[in-house]
Design a binder for this molecule. Structure first.
Ligand code: ZN
Length: 455
């Protein structure tokens, strides 16, 4: 399917758990279809199905995620190597890594694991003004019980409010851009400023591998954020955490050597089990939905996005669990029948959000019923991001390939060398030759990777 910009009317989709089958930017003529393997459907404007009715997200999982996901013995080896690297780096330093913590399941669990693995993290929490009380309690309780340091970066609320309102007025789908951007920009800047190289992330393939591109645009695109703010904002941004393209792709990872690690992909990460452990041992309490640790996100994912655009993010979360084998397709479909909001909660959230943003509830309703706009209607850097992301990934893949290729002759070389030492000059010469070949191969791979990055 393709994006159909002519269908921009608010979907006003049902929130009571009945099927949401229509969505913004999906052609009105297209037939409704659900993937036969996961539960993604044609409310994703860019979904594609093969002849068996299996969607492109399932294919992507099979081809791109599975080879990079190691919830097994190989993962245990990779994790051990990763931990050794971080520990070696941290020798003599106050902290060896930094963790961004939202108070949700993934970031809370990773904090617990990191301490269990013997690392010494600094925890950074970015308060963008929407924290639920439970999330704050979770963060304080866990860091206190773990005995680790916590710093909270509070985003200037007047600026945050201005950016958030600008996004509401722009009518784009991804209303989490201001919060997400501030979160990562503040966290990464903090890591750079404190000279901590390793950022440990709770992101993982087990619970969040599927997310349609059409449902939410890249929060790291500063051009997009600033252009929307310029058009609809009312005040100058002074301290709002921002990270530009250059810093994000080059200065932080290449010059400063910042590395973001996702160790949950090297263990068997079971969300339900993680939640049980957090509740049982760490005084953590559940707040009722993925990413609902933020009241804004609850309003956005539970109301704004499904009601206005017909995009129900639960489908993507549940589909991720299905393809990762953590839930059956039937269980996921059953879960989807639950209402997005129950009782008085929606009315309470609407009152809370409008008050917090400093607008009337009528104005909030009016904004929600305005036509949907597509992110591509505003200036953005998508092409550049895709180009560089592609090159960056290719270069990384090439580098790891070079390492792999050079690994084998190196082992062989060492073996021959060891035998050679016992066997005399010829063996030694042969061993050295194989070793040199290995180094040459690795250097060739490194050079090729540098060339692709244009350095
Ligand atoms: Zn699928």
């Amino acid at each position: 399917m393709t994006i159909d910009l002519t269908n921009a009317l608010p979907a006003c989709a049902p929130l009571d758990g009945s099927p949401i089958t229509e969505a913004a930017f999906v052609s009105k003529d297209s037939l409704y279809q659900v993937c036969t393997r996961c539960i993604m459907d044609t409310t994703d404007p860019l979904i594609e199905f093969d002849e068996d009715g299996v969607c492109n997200h399932c294919k992507y999982f099979e081809n791109n995620i599975t080879p990079a996901w190691f919830p097994n013995e190989e993962g245990a080896r990779k994790l051990a190597a990763m931990l050794a690297e971080v520990k070696a780096y941290g020798k003599g330093k106050e902290y060896d890594c930094i963790i961004g913590m939202s108070g949700g399941i993934d970031s809370s669990y990773i904090a617990v694991k990191v301490v269990e693995w013997g690392l010494r993290p600094l925890v950074v929490h970015v308060d963008a003004g929407w924290n639920s009380e439970l999330a704050v309690q979770n963060i304080e309780e866990i860091t206190r019980r773990l005995g680790i340091d916590l710093v909270t970066h509070v985003v200037d609320w007047e600026e945050m409010k201005d950016v958030q309102l600008a996004f509401m007025r722009s009518n784009v789908a991804n209303q989490d851009v201001p919060q997400d951007h501030a979160f990562f920009a503040a966290l990464y800047s903090y890591a750079i400023k404190s000279d901590i190289k390793y950022v440990i992330s709770g992101s993982n393939f087990a619970t969040e591998s599927i997310l349609p591109q059409a449902w939410g645009y890249n929060a790291m695109d500063i051009k997009h954020l600033e252009s929307i703010h310029k058009e609809f904002g009312t005040r100058k941004l002074k301290s709002f955490p921002r990270v530009g393209f250059w810093d994000f792709y080059f200065r932080f990872p290449m010059v400063k050597g910042m590395k973001v690690l996702a160790p949950l992909n090297f263990i068997e990460y079971d969300k339900e089990e993680a939640m049980r452990i957090l509740e049982r041992d760490w005084g953590w309490r559940y707040y009722g939905g993925k990413h609902y640790e933020s009241r804004w996100t609850r309003f956005f994912q539970g109301y704004y996005l499904p009601y206005k655009f017909g995009y129900d993010k639960r489908k993507a979360h549940l589909a991720s669990l299905v393809v990762a084998g953590q839930m059956t397709r039937e269980q996921a479909l059953k879960e989807l029948e639950k209402p997005l909001y129950t009782g008085n909660m929606l009315a309470e959230d609407k009152a809370f959000v409008s008050k917090k943003l400093g607008i009337s509830e009528e104005e909030l309703e009016k904004l929600i019923h305005e036509p949907c706009r597509h992110y591509s209607e505003f200036p953005h850097n998508e092409g550049q991001f895709e180009l560089w992301h592609g090159r960056y990934q290719k270069a990384l893949a090439l580098r790891s390939k070079a390492k792999q290729i050079s690994g084998l002759p190196k082992v062989m070389g060492n073996k021959v060398l060891a035998t050679g030492r016992r066997g005399g000059a010829y063996g030694k010469a042969l061993g050295n030759k194989v070793l040199r070949q290995a180094v040459r191969m690795r250097n060739y791979g490194k050079a090729a990777a540098r060339k692709m990055l244009g350095r």
